[in-house]
Design a protein around this ligand. Structure first.
Ligand code: SAH
Ligand code: SF4
Ligand code: F3S
Length: 459
């Protein structure tokens, strides 16, 4: 298939071989969420069409790209650190091309600061223009020019970008781009732009191809998949999209993330309950258990509404499990309000939590709010939160001992040498077994639980 990306291939190959011996190698390092991982796979897809091979490390590469995340300060600091560390590499290997892309660069002041701090960066581009990588690269190579390309949001979704997937059994499929929610703490709507849904038939075709190629797990991606379908010609909501994809033949799991509680619906739970391929697990971030904090966060649901959703989901699927994201120390949050987060965790019993200390993001509304609690204090709250979750996880783990689980085997754990797989409820089980099982489903009996870290044996 000629996707148009290979048009530059011969010229780029010629220019690259002036700098390197043999096939040029690229190294793409991705930070942040699955959306970024999916973008990284597209960037690698394009580079593959341009004739690049792939290196296992930055040291071996002729083109190094950092695909960045802006969601917390720590994520940005890491990128500054890691790009800075390439200074001596660039001195030793002046022909190497260094680029920075992803969410960080969508904030113009940050992109400019990156360019100024690190004069050896050749290429800076945003998330909305990654399909223009061939011409940007050509400009860098042919004119020895530094390229900075940002913004310029496309109105249509490019469906012709090749994808070079990292995994052979698990795949990411974008259902929608962007976010319209503007939670007051969050940078994502500013760097990813407005919500745009892919046409259902494009998603169907991609999933069909994956199942036919033997993929065992497909995860549909979007910052708020429950608002899927807005603006499509054909009115299809997320539940309907799932229903259609669930009709695909084959043995595979269909997951999705992230669900926003304000848009999760009974229809969604019903489709999950009736489906053949969708595990009974929902990632449903609540962020805070306190109504005042939720309102300040602009989450547009209350604690009661959240708990009602959990009840509805459990009624539809008695075996459903939940995971969630939580923010600790939102500006103005008191310790008393934070107790409501604990009680919600105990009430729902999440199998896993992704916990974050609030990080101010310039340009967001929360960054302007008074934030009197010190970082040390928030770190103590955070530690308490982990303890509460450990306690909950321990209870869930104990209940699973003796049960039989169907797991998708993902890889071999480096530390224990055991195989590691995931249950339908998104829990990890480790057990002894052969390499041949990696990428396959296996039946495992849970023999032991240390928190939610489960051990088992093949049955
Ligand atoms: N769209 C998803 C989340 C995307 S960002 C949703 O709405 O659930 C992933 C998580 O990062 C968020 O759920 C939130 O818990 C956390 N997060 C986002 N901005 C943050 C900030 N400024 N400080 C700390 N955590 C943040
Ligand atoms: Fe950020 Fe809220 Fe959008 Fe999630 S829904 S990406 S937290 S603004
Ligand atoms: Fe980070 Fe961008 Fe995802 S800011 S969390 S990589 S959408």
């Amino acid at each position: 298939m000629d996707t148009g990306f290979s048009a530059y291939a011969a010229e780029i190959q010629r220019l690259m071989t002036e700098r390197t011996a043999g096939q040029p190698l690229a190294f793409v390092r991705t930070y942040g969420c699955q959306q970024n991982v999916a973008d990284g796979e597209k960037i690698k897809g394009i580079l593959g069409e341009l004739g690049f091979g792939f290196a296992g490390s930055a040291e071996e590469a002729d083109l190094i790209l950092f695909n960045t995340c802006a969601v917390r300060e720590h994520a940005e600091d890491r990128v500054f650190g890691n790009v800075g560390a390439l200074k001596s590499l660039k001195r030793r290997k002046p022909g190497v091309i260094i680029g920075v892309c992803g969410c960080m660069t969508e904030q113009r002041p940050v992109a400019e600061r990156l360019g100024k701090t690190f004069p050896f960066i050749d290429l800076i581009f945003g998330t909305h223009v990654l399909h223009r990588l061939p011409e940007m690269l050509h400009q860098v190579l042919a004119n020895s020019q530094r390229v900075l390309l940002l913004g310029q949001e496309e109105t249509t979704i490019r469906e012709d970008i090749p994808i070079r997937r990292d995994g052979r059994s698990r795949a990411w499929v974008t259902a929608m781009y962007g976010c319209d929610n503007f939670c007051s703490y969050c940078i994502v709507p500013y760097v990813r732009g407005r919500e745009k849904s892919r046409r259902p038939e494009e998603i169907y075709r991609e999933c069909q191809g994956l199942v036919e190629a033997g993929y065992k797990e497909i995860t549909l991606l979007g910052q708020n998949v429950n608002s899927y379908g807005k603006g499509l010609e054909e009115p299809v909501n997320f539940a309907e999209l799932l229903r259609r994809l669930d009709g695909l033949p084959g043995d595979f799991r269909l997951r999705f993330m992230t669900s926003h509680p304000k848009d999760a619906s009974q229809e969604l739970f019903d489709v999950m309950a009736e489906s053949r391929h969708i595990p009974h697990h929902i990632h449903l971030p609540f962020q805070s258990g306190n109504d005042r904090v939720l309102q300040e966060m602009n989450r547009r649901y209350t604690r009661e509404k959240y708990l009602a959703l959990i009840r509805c989901a459990r009624e539809a699927m008695p075996d459903v499990s939940f995971t969630s994201d939580v923010i600790v120390g939102f500006p103005g949050e008191t310790y008393e309000e934070f107790q409501d987060t604990f009680s919600l965790i105990r009430e729902v019993e999440f199998v896993n939590l992704f916990t974050f200390i609030y990080s101010p993001r310039p340009g967001t509304r929360a960054a302007e709010m008074p934030d009197p609690i010190s970082h040390e204090e928030k770190t103590r709250w955070f530690a308490e939160l982990l303890k509460v979750q450990e306690e909950v996880a321990g209870k869930i783990g104990q209940r699973l001992v003796g049960s039989r689980q169907r797991v998708l085997v993902e890889d071999r754990d480096g530390k224990t040498g055991l195989l590691s797989g995931r249950t339908a409820s998104s829990l990890t089980v480790m057990f002894p077994g052969e390499d041949g099982l990696i990428g396959e489903f296996a039946a495992v009996e849970v023999t032991e639980a240390r928190g939610v870290s489960l051990r088992g044996r093949l049955v």
